[in-house]
Design a protein around this ligand. Structure first.
Ligand code: GLN
Length: 284
């Protein structure tokens, strides 16, 4: 079987299993197996796969056909140009969260405190904290998570990304995990925001492979925002801001929630598909 035939056959199989972007997935898995950039496959369409390569590809395609996320199979996800190890212990980093990270480092660049500081609340793989650390070399970056497994993964990711080694990690339930009275210029979070009953309706890649604790936002999905609206003020510097990702359709509820806790909502930003997904607020 040639490279091109392998791509076509794999894409057909994945399409039948309802995998989105089946051809792209087939190409990425074959490129991963052959350890070459995807574009290089195009220069090798006529190359014959060895028997071992064919077996290897079959195994990867079978896993993807069972709806295991691509990033779990390849073991990594790209986030703001950083390579992030992805597995069952933390949410796979999403492209829309890159926008949250970008808004964060853009704001940090305008802050005058020394050092400039940021907290990633519920860091998961560590992706937001790592992007902030890499883009803002002078900033002090702190990250926390309730899951010990996620935190171990985040530390591994920080160690592997140059500039992110200095992130300070804390294990525990929200702000209680932090030592003493620390104040931040920025609190950034992509908390779990799926309503518990909706989890069953999600695509299998998410429902069966992302940790439930990274998804489940309680009965209406807003549990973490209620907590943050009440608790985060005490951890922000006077000119500090909170930046939060939320789910499609939650903008009004979250804006009201923060305003009723006396926050000043500065902006609600849209993702690349023009859906309101990020809240930016300050407390005075
Ligand atoms: N902060 C991590 C991310 O954005 C984890 C988020 C989560 O587990 N809900 O990917």
């Amino acid at each position: 079987m040639t490279v091109l035939e392998a791509i076509q056959k794999s894409a057909d199989f994945l399409g039948k299993k309802n995998v989105e972007s089946s051809r792209l997935n087939a190409e990425l898995l074959l490129a991963h197996l052959l350890q070459m950039p995807r574009m290089k496959l195009y220069l090798n369409f006529e190359r014959a796969l060895t028997a071992a390569e064919t077996d290897g590809l079959r195994e990867l395609i079978k896993r993807r056909g069972q709806r295991e996320p691509l990033q779990h199979i390849t073991g990594s996800a790209s986030f703001c140009g950083c390579e992030i190890i992805a597995n069952r212990h933390a949410l796979v980093p999403r492209p829309e969260t890159e926008l949250l990270a970008e808004l964060g480092w853009t704001f940090l660049a305008t802050c005058h405190s020394s050092p400039v500081s940021a907290l990633d609340f519920g860091t998961g793989t560590g992706c937001i904290a790592i992007a902030l650390a890499v883009k803002c070399p002078a900033a002090k970056i702190t990250a926390l998570d309730l899951s010990a497994e996620a935190l171990a993964l985040a530390k591994q990711n920080a160690a592997a990304n140059k500039g992110a080694e200095r992130i300070e990690f804390f294990h525990g339930d929200g702000f209680a995990a932090l030592p003493g009275n620390v104040l931040f210029d920025l609190i950034s979070s992509n908390p779990p925001y799926i309503a518990s009953a909706e989890i069953e309706t999600l695509q299998p890649e998410v429902r069966d492979f992302d940790p439930r604790a990274a998804l489940d936002g309680g009965a209406d999905g807003l549990d973490f925002y209620r907590r943050l609206a009440v608790e985060a003020k005490a951890f922000l510097k006077p000119d500090g801001k909170i930046m939060l990702e939320f789910g499609d359709g939650q903008a009004d509820a979250i804006k009201n929630l923060f305003e009723s806790e006396k926050w000043i909502v500065e902006a609600v930003r849209e993702d690349y598909s023009h859906r309101a997904r990020i809240l930016i607020a300050r407390h005075r």
